[in-house]
Design a protein around this ligand. Structure first.
Ligand SMILES: NC(=O)c1ccc[n+]([C@@H]2O[C@H](COP(=O)([O-])OP(=O)(O)OC[C@H]3O[C@@H](n4cnc5c(N)ncnc54)[C@H](OP(=O)(O)O)[C@@H]3O)[C@@H](O)[C@H]2O)c1
Length: 237
């Protein structure tokens, strides 16, 4: 998928990895719709800023109508805080599933016809190594990312016929404020060598997309996936 001259829509661009996706796509010569629930916080010069809550069907429909020229959809936005499955708040567990799974699905359902009209294009879902392993304190997020991984595989099969490349990005740790705050509050010491700079991760992701890869892994993502091939164990990161 060539990004120079493409038209991309990125979700959750007001902070974190989403901001870096929008900036790098512009640098690579794409037109960019930089979307966010709070567009006033988006700081991506050169992008067209659009209000979008991926869990609000009318907001998703409006974005698909407005951005009818999109041929690259980057599903980055997600809640990362679901808490624990057994003892956590059920509303928080539903919310983390709502954005990671149903929100991503809503975006794909709304934009699949747009992508088809524009030649097939590509979808990149930002997953996580948490799809394959988990961490005490946020097991609900891991379960939601597992669901999103399954969704990515299913959609890839369904959209192959219209020529849409469906890729999953599976990072381990991205050094965003959200990760650093979570680690601090949970008393987790992060393995410094494995925490990727968000800008480096975005370059890895977009290089993979341009190469036509369907699954793009950083080192921790690859190591975590390898665990699945071994004997059964508690999948605790
Ligand atoms: N950080 C990591 O270590 C890590 C590792 C692996 C994978 N990931 C994945 O990478 C992606 C980005 O992570 P990040 O660390 O950059 O996250 P982040 O800094 O917490 O940013 C999350 C973004 O998603 C937006 N968002 C949440 N719910 C939304 C909704 N319903 N509609 C629209 N936007 C919504 C947030 O908007 P608001 O500001 O309005 O809340 C924010 O812009 C996520 O999919 C995450 O699961 C992160």
């Amino acid at each position: 998928m060539k990004l120079h001259g493409a038209t991309a829509l990125v979700t959750g661009t007001n902070r974190g990895a989403g901001h870096h996706f929008a900036v790098e796509l512009l640098r690579r010569g794409a037109k960019v719709y930089a979307t966010a629930r709070r567009p006033e916080l988006v700081d991506v010069p050169g992008a067209e800023v659009v209000r979008l809550d991926i869990t609000d069907p009318s907001s998703v429909d409006a974005a698909a109508k407005l951005a009818g020229d999109v041929d690259v959809l980057i599903n980055n936005a997600a809640s990362t805080a679901g808490g624990n499955l057994v003892t956590g708040d059920l509303d928080a567990i539903r919310q983390v599933m709502d954005s990671n799974y149903y929100g991503t699905l809503a975006m794909i359902r709304a934009f699949a016809p747009v992508l088809a009209r524009n030649g097939g294009g590509a979808i990149l879902n930002v997953l996580s190594a948490a799809a394959w392993a988990t961490v005490e304190g946020n097991t609900a997020y891991a379960a939601a990312k597992s669901a999103e991984w399954g969704l990515t595989n299913g959609v890839r099969v369904e959209l192959a016929g219209q020529g849409t490349l469906v890729a999953g990005l599976v990072p381990g740790l991205i050094g965003t404020r959200t990760l650093l705050d979570f680690a601090e509050s949970a008393g987790i010491k992060l393995p410094e060598d494995d925490v990727l700079d968000p800008a480096d991760l975005v370059n890895l992701a977009l290089d993979g997309l341009e190469a036509g890869d369907i699954e793009i892994l950083d080192r921790l993502g690859a190591d975590t996936k390898a665990i699945l091939a071994g004997p059964p164990r508690a999948l605790d990161l």
